[in-house]
Write a protein that binds this ligand. Structure first.
Ligand SMILES: *[C@@H]1O[C@H](CO)[C@@H](O)[C@H](O)[C@H]1NC(C)=O
Length: 171
């Protein structure tokens, strides 16, 4: 029982701005993942951003016959000829997983990315990451001193985030 409890853990959060810059980092569980250097953290943010942009453009082609240049038997009348319909919305890379951790990405409408590092056993990461986004909206976006795209230094956000994650980690 104790083991199961210890294994479901939120390790860390990083926030990446729409240009791929790291604007926030926080480790919640010191005993979780070993620390990575500042440089590695910046590289991770930039690399994830780039890979996300590429994966967002990768979509299965819905009509393979059209892709091969063969006229489809019943073309969609709404779609202009020759244009392949692609699924909406375009979402890029959402989850990265290793044997030791799981990284989930939440991409906002404006391109800000929330990356949550958790144990692979952590459940409902979607819910957690959305709640983190709500805290960001309430305590960072509504902070009159916060400048968009700049590093997040908001005490209130830190405190609310910490208590929320602590509650999850102590379940
Ligand atoms: C990580 O966050 C701390 C504050 O919590 C900050 O001092 C440090 O510069 C941040 N690191 C990077 C690489 O942004």
């Amino acid at each position: 029982m104790l083991e199961t409890r210890l294994s479901a853990t939120v390790f860390a959060l990083i926030i990446i701005n729409k240009a791929g810059g790291l604007i926030y980092n926080k480790t919640f569980h010191e005993a979780g993942l070993n620390k990575i250097s500042t440089n590695d953290l910046l590289v991770l943010a930039g690399t994830f951003h780039g890979v996300h942009a590429i994966t967002a453009r990768l979509n299965p082609i819905k009509n393979p016959a059209a892709a091969a240049g063969i006229t489809a038997p019943a073309p969609n009348p709404a779609a202009p000829p020759g244009i392949l319909t692609r699924p909406e919305p375009q979402s890029g890379l959402e989850v990265l997983e290793s044997e030791n951790f799981r990284l989930q990405c939440f991409n906002t409408m404006t391109g800000t990315k929330f990356l949550l590092f958790t144990d692979t056993a952590q459940a409902n990461v979607d819910v957690t990451i959305r709640r983190v986004y709500e805290l960001y909206a309430d305590y960072v976006m509504k902070n009159p001193f916060y400048q968009l795209e700049m590093p997040v230094r908001c005490d209130m956000f830190d405190r609310k985030l910490l208590s929320y994650i602590r509650e999850i980690n102590s379940r």
